[in-house]
Design a protein around this ligand. Structure first.
Ligand SMILES: Cc1cc2nc3c(=O)[nH]c(=O)nc-3n(C[C@H](O)[C@H](O)[C@H](O)COP(=O)(O)OP(=O)(O)OC[C@H]3O[C@@H](n4cnc5c(N)ncnc54)[C@H](O)[C@@H]3O)c2cc1C
Length: 453
């Protein structure tokens, strides 16, 4: 049977663009449909604009510190429209690069929505049908907002936050995950009166308990009005703002309420049910280790499969898909020891197991230290950094590394190499410290603070 394309990719984000580009560059006929903007969540309304906001928000603290370091500095208010304009230019530039690279590789791009009609056919929004030997679903995820809160129509999500017309004076962030916590620090740094409500007992569920505690303390100390065990009961829009009644009975007024309460796979009306593609309880597409669904011609990569929702992981999955399907080189993406960072202030970098996970398999030793780095001690800033290693007592391998410190995201990338290589605690110890740095503590922790059999 002759197909229009060898590969049709639905979704022009991190995973989809990479798969389409590699396939077309390798000589096969590839097409891609994107309903919004090329580059996807990461480039247009995720990692990139968020990181730009992180950078912007750090200057207020830097200015305060500079003053104590002897600089005669005063910092005015944050100019949101000016930042937004520059951000918008940068995102358009990146979107252009994504489009150009795909075009140059030979990918045919359809700037419209696509759905699946059958195992080899997709339908574009204009009604055109395209056939393909393989279909790759890379539609990503979308913010999940509960529908049972009265007044929920007044809230926004991370999809809208970069486009709000003016900087709010008072913002409420609802949620306790990494996106919620990052935005809490961002707005606090931009000088916005920031509250964060999370219904669970501690923010950053799934991360290391000790690190969660440390970070939530720092976030509160910085000025975020963080309330755990607190959820929104109802929201009433009045002339003076959004009146939010919380489960602790209090009513507070905000200009913007941002819900960051998780993400759901982007599968609505995609045609998966009609074709019989198996989905999990949350709607995620179920795939095997080669990213193949139960329908042999249909594959899925990235957030829509809800494995690890990170850009570099989506890209790895796309590369492995391409190697497997188009290069005759079966390859599975490696989901073990994926380093990642939470861009709170300070950042939290992590690779490997949490203490709680490692304890289950035991025996382990835990090395941990928290201290005020010299840069902070000099100016009387109380903020402490944290370094933690979780070590297998039998093999001596470092199973987990957790760093809370300025630039921890940069540090964990390098620690990630060591952990991925299977470095032991003794390998860390044998490495000479870089002095004076904060990170030198990672090779200087001599005695475990606790051990478990
Ligand atoms: C606020 C925020 C911050 C983040 N920060 C980080 C970070 O710091 N580091 C990190 O690694 N990850 C981060 N992420 C996660 C990261 O953005 C995702 O893991 C990554 O984008 C997933 O790539 P993907 O290819 O699976 O999907 P996406 O990048 O989401 O791309 C999917 C694309 O498919 C399109 N689409 C959907 N349905 C259709 C359809 N039917 N037809 C045509 N097109 C369709 C969408 O418009 C979208 O462009 C962040 C996410 C958010 C929301």
């Amino acid at each position: 049977m002759a197909f229009d394309f060898d590969l049709f990719v639905i979704g022009g984000g991190s995973g989809g663009v990479r798969a389409a580009r590699l396939t077309a560059a390798g000589g096969a006929k590839a097409a891609l449909a994107e309903e919004f903007r090329m580059g996807g969540t990461c480039v247009i309304r995720g990692c990139v604009p968020k990181k730009m906001m992180v950078f912007a928000s750090q200057y207020s603290e830097a200015a305060k510190e500079a003053d104590k370091y002897g600089w005669d500095i005063s910092i005015g208010d944050f100019n949101w429209p000016s930042f937004q304009e520059r951000l918008s230019t940068e995102l358009s530039r990146l979107e252009g690069i994504y489009t150009k690279n795909a075009n140059n590789a030979g990918v045919e791009i359809f700037h419209q929505r696509a759905t699946i009609k059958d195992a080899h056919t997709v339908v574009l929004a204009d009604g055109t049908e395209k056939t393909a030997k393989h279909i790759l679903v890379a539609t990503g995820g979308t913010p999940f907002v509960p529908d049972n809160v009265p007044g929920i129509e007044h809230v926004i999500t991370s999809n809208e936050i970069f486009d709000i017309p003016e900087l709010p004076k008072r913002i409420l962030i609802v949620g306790g995950g990494y996106i919620a916590s990052e935005f809490a620090c961002i707005f606090n740094g931009l000088g916005v009166e920031t509250s964060q409500y999370y219904r669970g007992a501690q923010i950053l569920r799934g991360f290391d308990d000790e690190a969660r505690g440390h970070l939530s303390e720092l976030i509160s100390e910085q000025g975020v009005d963080l309330h755990v065990g607190t959820d929104v009961e109802r929201i009433d829009k009045k002339d003076d703002g959004l009146h939010v009644k919380s489960t602790d009975g209090k009513v507070k007024i905000f200009d913007v309420v941002l819900y960051a309460t998780g993400r759901a796979p982007n599968v609505k009306d995609l045609g998966l049910e009609d074709v019989g593609v198996e989905q999990g309880r949350g709607g995620e597409i179920v795939v095997d280790e080669y990213s193949q669904t139960n329908i042999p011609s249909i594959y899925a990569v990235g957030d829509v499969t809800d494995r690890i929702q990170l850009t570099p992981v989506a890209i790895r999955e796309a590369v492995a898909f391409h190697e497997t399907v188009f290069k005759g080189n079966p390859m599975t993406p490696d989901h073990a020891n994926v380093p990642s960072a939470i861009f709170t202030q300070p950042e939290y970098g992590v690779v490997g197991l949490t203490e709680e996970q490692a304890r289950k398999d035991g025996p382990i030793e835990v090395y941990s230290t928290a201290f005020r780095p010299m840069q902070n001690a000099f100016i009387g800033k109380p903020e402490r950094v944290m370094f933690k290693l979780i070590v297998c007592a039998k093999t001596r391998k470092v199973l987990g590394c957790h760093i809370i410190a300025p630039h921890a995201g940069e540090m964990i990338q390098l620690a990630g190499v060591a952990v991925k290589m299977g470095a032991t605690k003794e390998d860390f110890d044998a490495t000479v410290a870089v002095h004076p740095t904060m990170a030198e503590e990672i090779v200087l922790m001599k005695e475990p603070v606790r051990s478990f059999d």
